[in-house]
Design a protein around this ligand. Sequence first.
Ligand code: PAF
Length: 284
Amino acid sequence: MLAHTIEEVREKRREWKGLKVGLVPTMGALHEGHLSLIKKAKETCDKVVVSVFVNPIQFGPSEDYDKYPRTLDKDYELCSKEGVDLVFAPSPSEMYGDGGKLSNDTLTYVCPPFFYVNKLCGKTRVGHFDGVCTVVLKLFNIVQPDYGFFGQKDAQQVVIIKKMVKDLNVPIEIVQCPIVREESGLALSSRNKYLSQEGKKDALVLSSILNNIKLCYQKGITDIEALKETAYSFLTDKHEMEYLEILDRNTLEEKSKADNDSIALIACRVEGVRLIDNTYLGER
Ligand code: PAF
């Protein structure tokens, strides 16, 4: 079933009283990465809701909100094939009222702590995680799921959402699912659609840098600067590196040395497309 209004979702939720409900929040343009979240939700829950909403308040003024791929018919077909019980695809005005006109002056926002947002993607995408937390909490309140499913590819997002759920006592368990990659190693992303064939090859540098850092760590190098320096030999003028960090995977804190709880995270532009990826160093 496809629902466009909050009331339709609430009605379904009342029907599902006593059942275990899972929510997979997405911005659509579904790929195998999203399908892996849906499969995990199907395994865990009695009923699965997928939200498809390109959330305007998590995009900066110079970001790709207008151009972000919108493929609802195809997304709905994929969800139906996976046995999703409800696809919730609201309009911006259904979510934010006011004819979809958005302003910090008129909307109640959820602002995650500065410590978590003042690094990695949050440094350049100012306000992004306020927008993410606000829409995710709204979706949680609308759907009232028992479980929320998120991909490890957006590692900072998952840490921040877990923190929000803990701090605001939201009675929902967050399930994190592994990154899904193409055979080449490229992490799946809706933004890969913007890349040419050549760009897709150049984008392999992200996973190559991360794999090499992990290999060096597993061979015994724990000095963080030394691990980060191994990236330079991979970069060419096709790559515009935004960040490469090695942090604690649960708290995003800096460490003096890498250890099995470390995560290496990278953001790099290829053909102007901002791509992110990460890997746990302690994982085989
Ligand atoms: O990861 C995403 O696609 C989005 O940030 C999310 C969680 C659906 C919120 O809009």
